[in-house]
Design a protein around this ligand. Structure first.
Ligand SMILES: Nc1ncnc2c1ncn2[C@@H]1O[C@H](COP(=O)(O)OP(=O)(O)OP(=O)(O)O)[C@@H](O)[C@H]1O
Ligand SMILES: [Mg+2]
Length: 235
C-alpha cells in the first residue's frame, strides 16, 4: 500500500452524521499528524464516539470525507475498509474487545494471524509484546483471570502488534480506577509513540487527556476548541 509522506496522516472534512432526528456530527474538520496524540473530550452525547467511528471507517458519514494518508476511506467498499481497519488501524475500547475464551497470548496473536502471519510466528511476536508490556508469565491467562489494568495492557498489545498507522481508543480507562487508568495511559501513549503511530483517545477524564499532546473539545457535534501542549511523559 502506498502512502503520501507529507500531509496529515488522518484528515476529516465536513463530517456530518444523523441518527434519525439526532445530529450526532454537525460538520467536523480534523487533521491528525503522524505520531500525534489527540484527546477528544466533551459531554456525554456530544458526538465523540460517532466521530471516532467515522474516522475509523466503522460508520459511514452522511456527508464529508475521511482520508488516511491521503486515501479516501469512503471511496472504498466495505471489504477494503475492513482491510484498512485490520492493517492500518488499532483499537482499544473500554472493555469487551478481548475474546473471553482465549488466553492472553492468543488474543494478541489473533491480530497478525488475521493478516496471514503463521500461528507460530504470531505467537512468538505476541509473547514479546506481552513481555514488553509487563505481562510475562500471564500469557496463558484468560481475560477474566486478569485485573482490569492487565486486560487493558493485553488490549494495547493487540492493537499495536500489527504496526498500525493510527490507534483509536474510546474511554480506554473508563472501567479502571484512577491509578490503574494512569498506568494504562502511560503504556498506551508510550507504545504508540515508539511505534510512530498516531493516537486518538476519547475520554471524559482530564487526567487521561493530559497524556496526549493535543486536546480537542466537541460540543453538539462540533469541534469547539483545539489546543496543543506538552504531553505528560513517563517519569
Ligand atoms: N446508533 C445510534 N442510533 C441512534 N442515535 C445514536 C446512535 N449512536 C449515537 N447516537 C446519538 O448521537 C449522539 C452522539 O452520540 P455519541 O455516542 O457519539 O456521544 P458521545 O459523545 O460518545 O457520548 P458518551 O460520552 O456518553 O459516550 C447522541 O445523541 C446519541 O444518542
Ligand atoms: Mg461515547
Amino acid at each position: 500500500m502506498s502512502h503520501t509522506t507529507s500531509g496529515p496522516r488522518l484528515s476529516a472534512r465536513g463530517l456530518v452524521k444523523q441518527f434519525g432526528a439526532t445530529t450526532a456530527l454537525a460538520g467536523v474538520d480534523l487533521d491528525v499528524a503522524a505520531g500525534e496524540s489527540v484527546a477528544v473530550m466533551g459531554p456525554s452525547g456530544s458526538g465523540k464516539s460517532t466521530l471516532l467511528h467515522c474516522l475509523a471507517g466503522i460508520l459511514v458519514p452522511d456527508a464529508g470525507t475521511v482520508a488516511l494518508s491521503g486515501r479516501g476511506l469512503h471511496d472504498l467498499d466495505e471489504r477494503e475498509r475492513s482491510l484498512v481497519r485490520r492493517r492500518q488501524y488499532g483499537f482499544v475500547f473500554q472493555f469487551g474487545q478481548l475474546l473471553a475464551e482465549l488466553p492472553a497470548i492468543e488474543n494478541v496473536a489473533l491480530a497478525p494471524m488475521l493478516l496471514g502471519t503463521p500461528r507460530r510466528e504470531a505467537t512468538e511476536l505476541a509473547g514479546r509484546w506481552l513481555a514488553s508490556l509487563g505481562l510475562a508469565g500471564m500469557e496463558g491467562r484468560r481475560p477474566g483471570e486478569l485485573s482490569g489494568g492487565q486486560a487493558q495492557r493485553v488490549a494495547v498489545a493487540r492493537a499495536l502488534i500489527t504496526g498500525p498507522e493510527v490507534v483509536f481508543a474510546d474511554e480506554p480507562t473508563g472501567a479502571l480506577d484512577q491509578a490503574t487508568g494512569q498506568d494504562v495511559m502511560r503504556v498506551l501513549t508510550e507504545t504508540t509513540r515508539l511505534a510512530g503511530a498516531s493516537l486518538v483517545v476519547v475520554t471524559h477524564d482530564a487526567g487521561v487527556a493530559a497524556w496526549c499532546g493535543r486536546r480537542v473539545e466537541v460540543r453538539d457535534g462540533r469541534v469547539v476548541a483545539d489546543e496543543r501542549r506538552a504531553p505528560e511523559v513517563a517519569r
